[in-house]
Design a protein around this ligand. Structure first.
Ligand code: GLA
Length: 375
């Protein structure tokens, strides 16, 4: 009730240009019970709100972004991420909706890699390959949680030595911050007691016209990348860094996602659309604008900034209309896009790719910002 009233008043005040609205300096967080996992672990749902009424709901199961409501051009709050209303939906039917992905985001070819002369075998959960950390990756774990500030939720997870086949006890901290600049900022850190590989990301499915409100083919995308990684039929990078110039993978100028997605292109066919990793052009100081998406009807703009060297752009190719999401809406193919900031897939098997190894004494540290505005 309070939230509802404050939201309405806050937006009215914002529209009137007044600073004296109820959200003034009232960034805040609350917690509620969200149910239990099948093995009985309690799951909490945190609601973070900023002074413009933007709201992020994040749960401790999978560190999943359950909803993200941001003001559109008219000041109306729209939920722009796919997911479920209830916890159960995430156990039954969720292709990583909103989830934290680890220990290794995207694929490791042949579900194996070698480190220091020792071969590690992983679960083959995607044909012959290992995808998104294996059978029970970080997206299917209950994370510890604490409020680390008025609008910062800190999640922690200890991935034990040998879990899903990976070496080393990996201690992971992910901080979600909802800033008053309408950004959802994600800071990842990790340390290990034995050399391992790490590639953490977030797998939120966005639709800037609103979750379940049609496909994303008219969204305009810009990617700050001169090259992308072609894949084989198992979606493992071949090792080539291919220039985007002259291909349907060139998003250096804003282009509708759907403009070329149906072209007779070998890579688009292999991916059933876009499901590839783009190599980001280096930014001036680490944190670069990697991507920008604009949706004309809502006026919403999403910018993705990251310290990571690459981004996986995925167009919901495997959604097939069989999942009923929030509000009972059916999620059809291309009803969302993902922009997963990351290191290159299969890096542990590709010595020419930037390394994803983490040694004892080192700290893995990356930041990604999803920034919203409207025009
Ligand atoms: C990533 C992968 C896709 C697919 C989705 C989840 O984006 O690259 O191939 O697995 O996750 O369905």
């Amino acid at each position: 009730m309070r939230k509802h009233l404050a939201g309405a008043l806050g937006l009215a005040a914002l529209a009137a240009g007044s600073l004296l609205h109820p959200y003034e300096a009232t960034a805040k967080m609350s917690r509620q019970d969200f149910g239990k996992t099948p093995d009985g672990a309690a799951v909490s749902l945190y609601t973070l709100t900023n002074q413009h009424g933007m709201e992020a709901r994040i749960m401790t199961y999978g560190g999943i972004v359950v909803s993200l409501k941001t003001p559109d051009r008219a000041g109306k709050l729209a939920d722009v991420v796919l997911g479920h209303d209830h916890l159960d939906g995430y156990f039954k039917n969720s292709p990583y909706f909103g989830a934290l992905i680890g220990r290794y985001g995207n694929r490791i070819g042949g579900a194996r890699f070698s480190l220091n002369g020792h071969e590690y075998k992983l679960a083959k959960n995607d044909g012959e390959n290992s995808l998104h950390g294996g059978t029970r990756g970080f997206d299917k774990r209950v994370w510890g949680a604490k409020e680390a500030g008025p609008n910062t939720l800190e999640l922690t997870y200890l991935s034990k030595d040998g879990e899903e086949g990976y070496p080393g006890n990996l201690s992971v901290t992910v901080r979600y911050t909802l800033t008053d600049a309408n950004e959802l900022r994600i800071d990842y850190t990790a340390t290990t007691d034995k050399e391992t590989v790490v590639n953490l990301t977030n797998h939120t499915y966005f639709n800037l016209a609103g979750a379940g409100e049609g496909d994303i083919l008219q969204h305009q995308l810009t990617l700050n990348a001169d090259r992308f990684l072609p894949v084989d039929k198992g979606l493992i990078p071949t090792g080539e860094l291919r220039p985007v110039q002259g291909t349907p993978f060139d998003f250096r100028k804003a282009t509708a996602i759907g403009a070329r997605i149906g072209q007779n292109d070998e890579q688009l066919k292999l991916g059933r659309g876009y499901d590839h990793c783009w190599v980001l052009n280096p930014g001036p100081q680490g944190m670069a604008v990697a991507a920008e998406v604009h949706e004309a009807k809502s006026g919403l703009i999403l910018q993705v900034l990251t310290t990571e060297p690459a981004i996986q752009f995925y167009t919901g190719n495997f959604l097939d209309g069989t999942i009923a999401g929030k509000g009972g809406k059916m999620y059809q193919q291309r009803y969302a896009f993902c922009l997963e900031t990351e290191h290159y897939p299969d890096s542990p098997n590709k010595p020419s790719f930037p390394t994803t190894s983490l040694k004892p004494g080192q700290t893995y540290r990356t930041t990604t910002v999803y920034k919203f505005s409207a025009k």
